[in-house]
Design a protein around this ligand. Sequence first.
Ligand SMILES: [Zn+2]
Length: 279
Amino acid sequence: MSWTEVGDRVFQRRYDPCDVSVTVVAGGDGLVVVDTRCSLAEAREVREHLKEISSAPVRWVVNTHVHFDHVWGNAEFVAPRQTPPAQLWGSAEMIAAMRGAATDPEATAFKKSLAERNEVWAAKMAELEEVVPDHEVRGRHDLDLGGGRVVSMRQLGRGHTDGDLVLHVPDANVLLMGDLLEQSGDPAFGPDSFPLDWAPTLDAALALAGPDARFVPGHGESTDAAFVRAQRDAIASVAAECRALRSAGVPASEALAAGDWPYPADTLTHAVTRAYAQL
Ligand SMILES: [Zn+2]
């Protein structure tokens, strides 16, 4: 894997573990790094790889959402590892969720399970510093990168989480979608997802995009509007099926067996419980 320039001075790189996207947008005053991988060690590797595309400073770091594979490298970009520190940005909901995770028993159990996985993960977890963004997006905020370039951070609605940010780079016709879009796997309907809201959020992203826009998923290679539309339609059909089954009186526990679904049951366990809860 190496950097791919998905649009003018917009570079994506896919990283294991998790096949997570890190995307860099270069402007006149420095770099924006979008998502920071699962650990400080992994973020240090990103820092090394940045030298392949630019010697400019990292001025901004943006987390598309709260999940660990997108935020646990944040500490690499603030003091003492970086001075002056980058501005760290996330949605208000994402920031609240990351603060909440510090004392959440499930999050604590998850960290413990990672630390016990093997020596590599034990080392990563031993140096974990959860740095919460100190700059909050509410609805929309535009970053001026200098040199006439703007990156627009948008909350277009709920979907993968309640705090998903989409980054629009209008002069390159690129949208960074976070996990609202997945190319290398099925969409991730987690216990914090909003299946009923997700398709309209993708509609808003499609409306924002010009023709021939490129879309960078949270996991996988960059893609086009036709792919986004197809995933949007599949997610909309999950929502429609949940509504229909619930209206017909089918309990959540029987919905996966009773319904006609675009994804395997494993993908949809939380989708059904979350949609039913919302309904
Ligand atoms: Zn995620």
